[in-house]
Design a protein around this ligand. Sequence first.
Ligand SMILES: Cc1cc2nc3c(=O)[nH]c(=O)nc-3n(C[C@H](O)[C@H](O)[C@H](O)COP(=O)(O)OP(=O)(O)OC[C@H]3O[C@@H](n4cnc5c(N)ncnc54)[C@H](O)[C@@H]3O)c2cc1C
Length: 373
Amino acid sequence: MTPGERARRFVDELLIPREVDAELGRIMPEDVALIKREALAREISGGLHAREHGGQGWSHVEWFEVEEQFGRSTNALSWHVPTAYNVLAHGSPAQIERWLKPALRGELHDAYAVTEEHAGSDPSGIATTATRVDAGWRIDGEKWFVTYGDVAAVYIVMALAPSPTLFLVEAGLPGIGVVDDPPFTHTYPHGHPAIRFDGVVVGEDAVIGGMGGGDELQRAWFAEERLGIAARGCGAMLRLLEETTAWAISREQGGARIIDHQGVAFPLADSAADAAAGRLLGLEVARLADTGADPKLIHAKASMAKLFVSEAANRCADRCLQIFGGRGYTRTNVAERFWRELRVDRIWEGTSEIQRLIVARALERRGVERVIT
Ligand SMILES: Cc1cc2nc3c(=O)[nH]c(=O)nc-3n(C[C@H](O)[C@H](O)[C@H](O)COP(=O)(O)OP(=O)(O)OC[C@H]3O[C@@H](n4cnc5c(N)ncnc54)[C@H](O)[C@@H]3O)c2cc1C
């Protein structure tokens, strides 16, 4: 079986049956333990990371196909599959031993902290500083929307030292505090709290990717995260279309199957076209990444894939909810959950507006043909 086929089976057997429980807050620690254990046993975790670190060493295409399957399930149950941000692979041997390998064994989480109150779409506006002290570095600042921030063992923090640099900051050090943990639209396993770093002292060895290397690592992080969003959005559309088509065939109103009403058939057809186009685009970017193409071109194309798929998946969820009628407005319905959950894909890892700016700049700098062919 290919990794994608293994992941489909895993999602069908372990994640989809637990979605409603997750939505209603009834997931138990034993469910989480089972998902982790099975993901490791079935070798579908840690995809792009090297095998010697505990990953699978997949190609981007294989990874895309697995993320697509994860995207077929709601409530981010796939977040229990052991993983780690790609930045950690750039760590020193000691950092890899301490953070990356345990993360890929499912023993800890990392969290990525860039965004601040006054630096969202424009991360160059961050104010968090790293100042030299005898013991190493002193971190001061506040980071917002830190996904996994409530459970992370280590924060990957972007700070000015004075050039943008990434630091690995162990959770629980003196001076770290959660200042806000707001509820969000989706019902996901982990939160996105705001975290303050007040005079947090870390060692010399806390720098990852070299002094001033933050921006470059961040571009690679964004490209991968954005392509991952595209892959999961494709999976969401696949699931939405599977479930909604089956419903539209079985449901009769006005003496006919509702799929025979054009008002139902056309939005299904439009969504199928969106899903197929998004998948081709996403896979093409993954293939390009596998050839080792120019990272700037991959960055721009990953933005284009994220923009197209996230907008298309939102349209698709809205149409499918409508086709389910009143049933589509219940939280036990897959279209309702996707309708809420997919909304953030147009915001995080850079809003749709920011993706448009990146694509437009690439048209100018790399040329129209390279961007679209
Ligand atoms: C659930 C969730 C999880 C997140 N997880 C993380 C995380 O783990 N780590 C992390 O660092 N961040 C995280 N984020 C932050 C996320 O990346 C930012 O919210 C996003 O980049 C937008 O920044 P902002 O919210 O400050 O909005 P703003 O930058 O204030 O933007 C507000 C609006 O203005 C528009 N806008 C801004 N600039 C321009 C422009 N130049 N041209 C056109 N329109 C523009 C935006 O598109 C948007 O519509 C998360 C956010 C959410 C909601």
